[in-house]
Design a protein around this ligand. Structure first.
Ligand SMILES: C[S@@+](CC[C@H](N)C(=O)[O-])C[C@H]1O[C@@H](n2cnc3c(N)ncnc32)[C@H](O)[C@@H]1O
Length: 303
């Protein structure tokens, strides 16, 4: 079922062999969001706490809905724009998945899944087969944490893959992926950690596996964040933090470049949203959701 990763790419997260810390940070944000009253939650992920509860200050953040709100406000000061995108892209994925399922799609592939809980939160979708692709170190950590908590994921097939060294087109069929059937691919929070050739290959691989009716949801980060020229404090701050932790942003794309890359790979853009668009659509109230505009999410369909 799995394709072992070969030599990790140097300079990326994966050179270290450690699980992704940014995936853990995303889970922390989702877990704190989950402590808000139900009508204030943006991502509403009840499983994120399995991961987040290992963070030293987590218990202070989630002592009450008020502390959760204050913690999110503080995150938003330093990670403004990211916080909104990380939480709201989950909402967007939920909506896109519901739509795809209603159209008959029964395969969901999460590429760079991290601590994503879509399979668990949507287990009522009968017959939905989920394949989680991730770097072996992150995926191994996730499986251990979920197993230790007694959380079963019977609908998930795990595929450990380093996208820097392994082709999705070659590895996915071994995990039971059926390229003849339509699928939804969610590739969120990942593109900016990849080298350009690996990103291009992954996009081309996805295109090659898209049966009619398939869609890809992905996101990208502006080049100004990667090269340190962003006008947003949070973008510069986050770029420094992730680099320090061994997961530097290495690929930035403008909206135009993102659209061109998709179209070059053979996709039509169904919808392209920036963070302010996500906030307009799904909510997010001050003071804890800054609308800094340096990231985009796009829904693609094979032409
Ligand atoms: C920021 S996390 C996002 C996780 C999840 N999609 C989310 O939204 O919370 C980045 C994810 O990409 C994965 N990743 C980064 N580089 C990768 C690579 N070369 N091959 C496979 N996975 C990779 C990490 O292991 C991690 O799970």
């Amino acid at each position: 079922m799995s394709t072992p990763a070969s030599a990790p790419a140097q300079g990326t997260l994966l050179g270290s062999g450690k699980p992704s810390g940014t995936a853990g940070l995303n889970a922390l944000m989702r877990a704190v969001d989950h402590r808000l009253p139900a009508d204030r939650r943006l991502a509403d992920d009840p499983y994120a706490k399995l991961v987040a509860s290992r963070a030293p200050r987590y218990k202070y953040y989630v002592r009450s809905p008020l502390t959760a709100r204050l913690a999110l406000g503080a995150f938003d000061k330093v990670f403004g724009g990211f916080l909104a995108e990380i939480l709201l892209r989950v909402r967007y994925l939920d909506a896109v998945l519901a739509d795809a399922y209603a159209q008959g799609v029964r395969q969901l592939v999460l590429v760079g899944a991290g601590y994503d809980s879509t399979a668990l939160r949507h287990r009522h979708l009968e017959g939905l087969k989920v394949i989680e692709v991730d770097h072996p170190a992150t995926q191994g950590a996730k499986r251990k944490i979920f197993a230790a908590a007694g959380v079963q994921t019977p609908t998930v097939t795990y595929l450990p893959v380093d996208l820097e060294s392994t082709s999705l087109a070659e590895s996915l069929p071994g995990a039971g992926f059926d390229a003849e059937q339509p699928a939804l691919f969610a590739w969120i929070g990942v593109s900016y950690y990849l080298r350009r050739p690996s990103f291009d290959r992954a996009l081309a691989d996805l295109a090659s596996m898209c049966a009619p009716g398939s869609r890809v949801l992905w996101d990208y980060l502006d080049p100004s964040v990667v090269n340190g020229t962003s006008k947003y404090f949070s973008a510069k701050f986050a770029a420094r933090i992730v680099a320090k932790r061994g997961e530097p942003y290495i690929l930035g794309l403008t909206r135009r470049q993102a659209a061109d890359a998709a179209s070059f790979a053979g996709f039509r853009t169904v919808e392209a949203l920036r963070v302010p668009d996500l906030i307009r659509r799904y909510g997010g109230r001050k003071p804890y959701v800054a609308a800094s505009d340096f990231m985009g999410v796009a829904l693609l369909e094979k032409t």
